[in-house]
Design a protein around this ligand. Sequence first.
Ligand SMILES: *[C@@H]1O[C@H](CO)[C@@H](O)[C@H](O)[C@H]1NC(C)=O
Ligand SMILES: *[C@@H]1O[C@H](CO)[C@@H](O)[C@H](O)[C@H]1NC(C)=O
Ligand SMILES: *[C@@H]1O[C@H](CO)[C@@H](O)[C@H](O)[C@H]1NC(C)=O
Ligand SMILES: *[C@@H]1O[C@H](CO)[C@@H](O)[C@H](O)[C@H]1NC(C)=O
Ligand SMILES: *[C@@H]1O[C@H](CO)[C@@H](O)[C@H](O)[C@H]1NC(C)=O
Ligand SMILES: *[C@@H]1O[C@H](CO)[C@@H](O)[C@H](O)[C@H]1NC(C)=O
Ligand SMILES: *[C@@H]1O[C@H](CO)[C@@H](O)[C@H](O)[C@H]1NC(C)=O
Ligand SMILES: *[C@@H]1O[C@H](CO)[C@@H](O)[C@H](O)[C@H]1NC(C)=O
Ligand SMILES: *[C@@H]1O[C@H](CO)[C@@H](O)[C@H](O)[C@H]1NC(C)=O
Ligand SMILES: *[C@@H]1O[C@H](CO)[C@@H](O)[C@H](O)[C@H]1NC(C)=O
Length: 541
Amino acid sequence: MKTHLIHQLGLVGLASASLTCTPAHFQKILSKNNLKGTINSAYHIKENGTFAVTGNLAYPTSPTGLPALCAVEANMTTEVGTSYTFGIFLPDDWNDRFLAVGNGGYAGGINYIDMGAGVGYGFATMSTDTGHNSSYQGTSWAYHNEESIADWGWRAMHESTVTSKVLVNGFYGEDSRYNYFSGCSVGGRQGLRALQLFPDDYDGVSAGAPAWWTTHNQLFALKVLLWNFPENSTQTIPESLFSVIGDEVLKQCDPQDGLTDNIISDPFGCNFDPLPLLCTANKTTDCLTSEQIDTTFKVYNDWVDVNQTFVFPHYLFGTESSWSSAIGTGAMSSVENQEGFAQDLLQFGPNWSYKDLTYKTVEYADRLNPGNATASEFDIRPFKARGGKLIHYQGYADPTLPTGSSIYFYEHVSRALTEKSATLDDFYRMFLIPGMEHCMSTPSTMNAPWYIAGANQAAELGDNVSGVPGYRDSKHDVILALMNWVENGTAPDSIIATKYTDDTTHEKVERQRPICPYPQQAKYQSGNPDMPRSWKCESLY
Ligand SMILES: *[C@@H]1O[C@H](CO)[C@@H](O)[C@H](O)[C@H]1NC(C)=O
Ligand SMILES: *[C@@H]1O[C@H](CO)[C@@H](O)[C@H](O)[C@H]1NC(C)=O
Ligand SMILES: *[C@@H]1O[C@H](CO)[C@@H](O)[C@H](O)[C@H]1NC(C)=O
Ligand SMILES: *[C@@H]1O[C@H](CO)[C@@H](O)[C@H](O)[C@H]1NC(C)=O
Ligand SMILES: *[C@@H]1O[C@H](CO)[C@@H](O)[C@H](O)[C@H]1NC(C)=O
Ligand SMILES: *[C@@H]1O[C@H](CO)[C@@H](O)[C@H](O)[C@H]1NC(C)=O
Ligand SMILES: *[C@@H]1O[C@H](CO)[C@@H](O)[C@H](O)[C@H]1NC(C)=O
Ligand SMILES: *[C@@H]1O[C@H](CO)[C@@H](O)[C@H](O)[C@H]1NC(C)=O
Ligand SMILES: *[C@@H]1O[C@H](CO)[C@@H](O)[C@H](O)[C@H]1NC(C)=O
Ligand SMILES: *[C@@H]1O[C@H](CO)[C@@H](O)[C@H](O)[C@H]1NC(C)=O
């Protein structure tokens, strides 16, 4: 606490804060602790300053409006000889806590924009490039490079976290009191994998839309494109019909959830009849052929392969506005863009093509489990035993990773723990957000409340945003809810999601609605549906 105060005073004089914020100082902390690495940079940024990001394919946005902080970037060498970098923001006015933020896709870059959102709460905030330099989609780094895949799969995040805790102690003169993780998509997977492999790394984990089943979800991303392929064939649904399907789905599924509000709140509860979409002698435009209706059946049903083996869950009703990316339009280029996992992570090489995808590919991927990335150890009692808390969330309108994969994970953890007579609700809760897409945002037709300050969300509102503008409390903010659970034992009974009229100014709130812990759902009671008090969390059974 004393050092903490000195740093606050240092802000006034600046000199003392910047005194310790030098590469030499952090280099000394590394060598004193036998950590093999080089400090690339360390310098102080003034209140309301900008961290200028350069050379970052994955996260090019520079965070602005920062609190006064020390920005450090380190390049570390692993015991197998690979290297990874991480960045850490150490705020002058520290909240005594550490936060690691995750990556998306194959993103090989330090996620500085999410670090900006994290440091706004006062966390010492870290992100790693996961050991390679690439965009979200890039996989070429992985070919003939298994150890770098392990860096991406788990090692870089774990070691960056361990080293960051050392730097935090060396800088502030005390350990962080609590350690947190926040990530979405592959970032959600990073959080789940970390609490399975290294339960001591974090006290609290916020995992959004976790791409936890790496081997299956990466091959599903290709498989689903092949259902609506090739271009112009009789079964392929052209882009022009996606909104026709979306309108019919909304017409049927929206009222079935109890309130007609353009938001499909219970896609699993929708009994959808595609017949009104069928072309007839009298209706020849804005309609689907019988073959195209078969394609919608494939899209809305699980991928089940030989011997009735379940491979991956399906996209839900309400994702249609993003089908041009979700199921594609039959274009060869989109299909080729999804071959990278098999070519580079499964090491099949550049000659492997979509035509080679069979159930054998899935079996092989499971045996190889590249980078040990798949987060499928469902018995997470060690994390529970050390007092860990997990908040897991995903949007119901996710057009990138089927929402059912979250439910599959939750149900399997539930099964594994119930078998051992362990309870779930006291350390793990899942929140499914009606109308939210992948990690963030909502189709303009739905305009659903989605914002909870989850990973990657603040950047949608602006490059200087941290938390939920206007609502700095644990009822609206998933990070504050997690802290309240970890530190006070107050479990979140709901999280209120917010939709601003204009996300970029976020001045006026359009709608707010409680998101309920699974399997509860928010049910409309009475009054203005845009007010959270008009809703109640109810169990369906
Ligand atoms: C913060 O900096 C921005 C420019 O980056 C400036 O427009 C704004 O007025 C500054 N705010 C304060 C409170 O100084
Ligand atoms: C990553 O690669 C790009 C070019 O492919 C380069 O411009 C950039 O500087 C590299 N970044 C790092 C951190 O090495
Ligand atoms: C990190 O260091 C390694 C050598 O150990 C070097 O090859 C690599 O380019 C460095 N990366 C960055 C981003 O500094
Ligand atoms: C599909 O049809 C469109 C419009 O007729 C045409 O431009 C395109 O080249 C066709 N694509 C293929 C793969 O045949
Ligand atoms: C279809 O069109 C025919 C001839 O125009 C008409 O007799 C018939 O009633 C129509 N059927 C339907 C279902 O609208
Ligand atoms: C499917 O079932 C048959 C009959 O039991 C078995 O011989 C075969 O190996 C199974 N195939 C796979 C891929 O599991
Ligand atoms: C790819 O196929 C070509 C033509 O069959 C062959 O010459 C080449 O060696 C193959 N490349 C790899 C990496 O297998
Ligand atoms: C992969 O992780 C499991 C724990 O989930 C561990 O037992 C195993 O040793 C790891 N394998 C490798 C190759 O790191
Ligand atoms: C954040 O940036 C926006 C857009 O540049 C600006 O209007 C706003 O004043 C900034 N907010 C703060 C708190 O500095
Ligand atoms: C814990 O509870 C106290 C009292 O309600 C509150 O002031 C504090 O903010 C809570 N701490 C966290 C981390 O939420």
